[in-house]
Design a protein around this ligand. Structure first.
Ligand SMILES: Cc1cc2nc3c(=O)[nH]c(=O)nc-3n(C[C@H](O)[C@H](O)[C@H](O)COP(=O)(O)OP(=O)(O)OC[C@H]3O[C@@H](n4cnc5c(N)ncnc54)[C@H](O)[C@@H]3O)c2cc1C
Length: 294
């Protein structure tokens, strides 16, 4: 199968890239395994014009709009490998053979690595969350932050904007200055280790106490969903939460002909950024098809 651009990942970033290329009348193949990062949440917030929509609905609508263009093909399949160079890439798929493409857009997203605490994973995206802008407005009541690193103190201080906050240190040490700042912001710090999460977001502690909370914030670390960026030789940066691919303002990676967008290229993640990155990556890939490398 041949195309102008192969897009790996068909969510906020990948579909936005596809839209630019479709409107440029280019042949596009989108590969997608249908596991967007926010699939655990029932509602998505903060996306322009879509606040409160279900992620599944947003993506189904986005996919239908893109697939209305006749030059776009959608394969519900994984890209397992990619090789080659500018104007001659080969993308190997799980079930659809090898795709040859002149340009590649990487948009395969990241996965959250959750702390191993009984009851936490089951509540992920519901009452255990990472982003107050995504969930904070709806999650009323006593809130908590599970510390995973010293920077969790800053998360706890920010969260006070949404309500009373307890920081569970869970073995993370905070210096005196940070503890004083937390106290000034009104954050309660609990030193006993967390053993489980139950009910809504009640936090069970090693000393037998169970503190009723309505939400728990945790800054997860993330890992890319695929090694294809690395396989192609794209340079990686180390971010606060995990590695990401280096891109320039045009969303070109360090490898000619390879563009990237979404959570895999940035330290701060949300659907709007991912979509905006995708628009830029798609338009940049199109411009290179027209003018050659810029
Ligand atoms: C619980 C939770 C709630 C969130 N809520 C919000 C919110 O309310 N508002 C907001 O703006 N942001 C929210 N986010 C963040 C948002 O989900 C991400 O920023 C956004 O999904 C990133 O888009 P993306 O296109 O880069 O990646 P993703 O949406 O993760 O999509 C990547 C796609 O690539 C596919 N894929 C992966 N590997 C391959 C492969 N090898 N081959 C083919 N396809 C592949 C996946 O199946 C997936 O469909 C939330 C995140 C979480 C974890």
């Amino acid at each position: 199968m041949q195309c102008d651009v192969a897009i790996i990942g068909g969510s906020y970033a990948g579909l936005s890239a596809a839209m630019m290329l479709a409107r440029g009348r280019r042949d596009v193949v989108i590969l997608d395994t249908r596991a967007p990062r926010n699939r655990f949440a029932s509602h998505s917030h903060g996306f322009f014009g879509q606040d409160g929509a279900a992620p599944r609905t947003m993506l189904e609508t986005g996919r239908a709009k893109v697939l209305a263009y006749p030059t776009v093909r959608w394969l519900p399949d994984a890209a397992t490998e990619a090789r080659g160079g500018d104007n001659a890439f080969q993308v190997v798929t799980g079930e659809h053979g090898t795709i040859t493409a002149r340009k590649v857009v990487l948009a395969y997203g990241v996965s959250d690595v959750l702390p191993q605490i009984p009851g936490l994973a089951e509540r992920w995206g519901k009452t255990v969350v990472h982003c107050p802008y995504c969930h904070g407005y709806e999650l009323e009541g006593p809130q908590s932050v599970l510390a995973v690193a010293p920077m969790s103190a800053h998360q706890a201080m920010l969260i006070t904007e949404w309500g009373p906050t307890t920081l569970f240190a869970n073995g993370v040490a905070f210096d005196e200055a940070t503890l004083a700042e937390l106290a000034r912001k009104g954050v309660t710090v609990e030193q006993a280790r967390v053993t489980a999460i139950k009910d809504e977001a009640t936090v069970c502690l090693e000393d037998g106490r169970a503190l009723r909370m309505s939400s728990m914030y945790v800054a997860t670390s993330v890992k890319p969903n695929s090694s294809i960026g690395a396989q192609l030789g794209c340079t990686t940066e180390e971010g606060r939460f995990g590695p990401y691919l280096r891109t320039d303002a045009m969303r070109a990676t360090t490898v000619p002909g390879v563009f990237a967008a979404g959570d895999i290229i940035r330290d701060m993640h949300n659907a709007t950024f991912a979509s905006a990155d995708g628009v830029m990556a798609g338009a940049s890939a199109h411009r290179e098809l027209v003018f050659g490398a810029m």
